[in-house]
Design a protein around this ligand. Structure first.
Ligand code: FEO
Length: 405
């Protein structure tokens, strides 16, 4: 049976949820599932805003048919050509032979790379920045949003109801539990971590491009944001924009310490725990400790986008850096993380080289401040190192507590 919701009297959510998927993009764990959103606009003409992932094909097609209720589909607007949204294009075009596909030049280039759709050229409507498409009382205006998250991405703004169809922007991991609007859920409690993890790992590298789009959209009166994943926003839009402002400028969301440690036999882990306790003794409250071997790299990345201070604690391995930590650090660099204060702690039983390797990766990143004090263990933390560890805790705590003020 169909499963749809009304966004407004004329705009309908026709997406679906996948709670079986283990890895989004075959990379990122989605323990809370993921939603693939798609929308139908009903007017003199009808429009479908993107299709959906094959995993929800049956539900999606049933939803579209239900909302159209026997009417033909006039337009399929393709805001994004990643297959989790575009895989249904050929089938929609077959089921709705009157439908024209709306996209920009890059959309059609990528569409032709993925698929061979007969008569696509005759059924295409090519749009560029600022072009409009009238559906009757609704008008869509297209704004190009390259690299948020692929080069062909565009957003569509519907001016009569002030609705932004934002493609991947403002999306999040997580299946929708019947409650599809932000005011029906506790976003901070249940969604923010997944939203940050989605942003940091999927779009994190492209902060300047996200900034360009935010600037472009700031001229619009937006009352509703309809992303391709996660909840639809119909209130608290400044809150969401503020999150995007922080993430896309690589500005920490909050003063706090994330301790990422790698540890083979528990000795580096012990030092990380002792340091965390020392930080708490000094008045730091926002502390999170993660084992990089058992924490998915996408979570370490998300937490690094959140906090102002990061402690990296790792053993030497193969004369270099413990691989799980190297993975996290190289991912931070690939995703363009900047503007963080970093403390280093390493461990080596016969030759400590981990700190040197971490430092060299950090020095190739932008505006990463490495604290003067660092701690080097020889196999295990010893009582005589209490002072240097306390000094490191003091330096971190001063920074965090000063940022809080
Ligand atoms: Fe949800 Fe970039 O696709």
């Amino acid at each position: 049976m169909f499963c749809t919701r009304k966004i407004t009297e004329t705009i309908h959510w026709v997406g679906g949820n996948d709670r079986r998927l283990a890895l989004f993009e075959n990379l990122f764990p989605v323990p809370n599932g993921v939603s693939y959103n798609s929308y139908v606009i009903l007017d003199e003409k009808t429009a479908l805003m993107d299709t959906a992932d094959p995993s929800i094909r049956t539900q999606f097609l049933e939803n579209v048919a239900h909302v159209l209720d026997g009417r033909p589909l006039d337009y399929l607007v393709v805001n994004h050509m990643e297959p989790d949204h575009c895989s249904g294009i050929a089938e929609i075009m077959t089921l709705y032979p009157q439908a024209k596909v709306v996209g920009n030049a890059k959309t059609f280039q990528i569409l032709n790379q993925f698929y061979s759709i007969p008569q696509l050229a005759e059924r295409s409507v090519l749009v560029k920045e600022g072009d409009t498409l009238s559906l009757g009382s609704h008008t869509l205006t297209f704004a190009m949003a390259p690299m948020v998250h692929w080069p062909e991405v565009m957003a569509a703004y519907e001016s009569s109801e002030k609705v932004l169809f934002s493609a991947d922007a403002f999306g999040t991991f997580g299946a929708l539990n019947g409650t599809i609007f932000n005011d029906e859920i506790d976003f901070d409690r249940d969604w923010l971590n997944d939203a940050r993890r989605y942003y940091a790992n999927i779009v994190g590298k492209f902060g300047p491009q996200v900034q360009a789009v935010i600037k472009k959209l700031s001229a619009l009166d937006i009352q509703i944001i309809c992303p391709l994943h996660g909840p639809v926003w119909r209130s608290q839009i400044p809150y969401l924009l503020d999150k995007y402002q922080h993430w896309s400028t690589y500005t920490p969301e909050e003063p706090g310490v994330v301790i990422l440690y790698g540890s083979m036999y528990g000795n580096t882990e012990n030092a990380a725990n002792v340091l965390a306790a020392m930080l708490a003794e000094k008045g730091v409250k926002n502390i999170a400790v993660y084992d990089v071997s058992s924490t998915h790299v996408s979570q370490s990345i998300a937490e690094s986008f959140r906090a102002s201070h990061i402690v990296l604690a790792a053993p030497t391995y193969n004369g270099g850096l413990y691989p799980a930590m190297e993975h996290v650090l190289l991912d931070m660099k690939a995703l363009n993380l900047q503007n963080r204060t970093i403390a280093l702690l390493d461990n080596g039983s016969w030759a400590s080289t981990a700190a040197k390797h971490m430092r060299s990766i950090l020095e190739s990143m932008k505006n990463m401040t490495i604290l003067k004090t660092s701690v080097s263990l020889k196999s295990a933390l010893k009582d005589e190192q209490e002072d240097v560890l306390k000094a490191l805790a003091g330096e971190i705590a001063d920074g965090v507590l000063n940022t809080q003020r």
